[in-house]
Design a binder for this molecule. Structure first.
Ligand code: 5GP
Length: 186
């Protein structure tokens, strides 16, 4: 007998769908095709910023028709006063050198731009041949630090979004769409 029926995460009434699964998959196909054209003949290394970008990365690379390699970095932003400095703490660094590589940083969302600004700075110092960024989402209205993002999936308004890798207190990463949390206690 089933005694404890959990509400479905996929049909959660406290979520409003902002970007459907179909729409985001179509956009990722376009991004993959564009990256394929731009990186022909290059030594492409995709650097995934954990954890939020892992779902985007896995769909994106299946739409890039080139030889490529992967690496992963995990960061956490410092809270409080130092947040404004854009300093981030590296929780897990890359496994391999970037020397001579054409690095494409894969981000879930660019918000203030502080995290990306910090990462781009350290990646440039590691002697990569080139460093560019692909971001699944962009919230330009919140930008504090200007960053050059070569490929953007979707520009979104200033709302806290979840799903497709993005979390709220570690929940919702498994949603196949992007949603906005409607209630104060999701
Ligand atoms: P930034 O340094 O650009 O302000 O922060 C980027 C990071 O903040 C993202 O990689 C993501 O982890 C988090 N973030 C920013 N906006 C959102 C949002 O709307 N939803 C979620 N889940 N995370 C966000």
């Amino acid at each position: 007998m089933i005694t404890d029926i959990q509400p479905s995460e996929f049909n959660n009434p406290s979520l409003e769908i902002l970007i459907s699964a179909e729409k985001l998959q179509m956009r990722i196909q376009e991004l993959g095709a564009q990256i394929t054209r731009d990186y022909v003949g290059k030594d492409l290394l995709l650097v995934c910023v954990l954890k939020g970008a892992c779902i985007f990365l896995s769909d994106l690379i299946r739409n890039i028709d080139l030889p490529l390699s992967l690496d992963f970095i995990a960061v956490s932003s410092y809270g409080g006063a130092s947040k404004s400095s854009g300093e981030v703490r590296i929780l897990k660094d890359l496994d391999a050198s970037l020397k001579g590589k054409d690095v494409l940083v894969v981000e879930d969302i660019v918000d203030t731009g502080l995290t990306l600004n910090y990462l781009l700075d350290i990646f440039h110092r590691r002697e990569a041949n080139s460093v560019s960024v692909v971001a699944f989402l962009d919230k330009p209205s919140r930008r504090v630090r200007q960053v050059d993002v070569a490929y953007i999936g979707f520009e979104i308004p200033n709302a806290f979004v979840v799903g497709y890798g993005l979390d709220y207190a570690e929940r919702y990463r498994n949603l196949p769409f992007v949603g906005v949390v409607k209630t104060e206690n999701p």
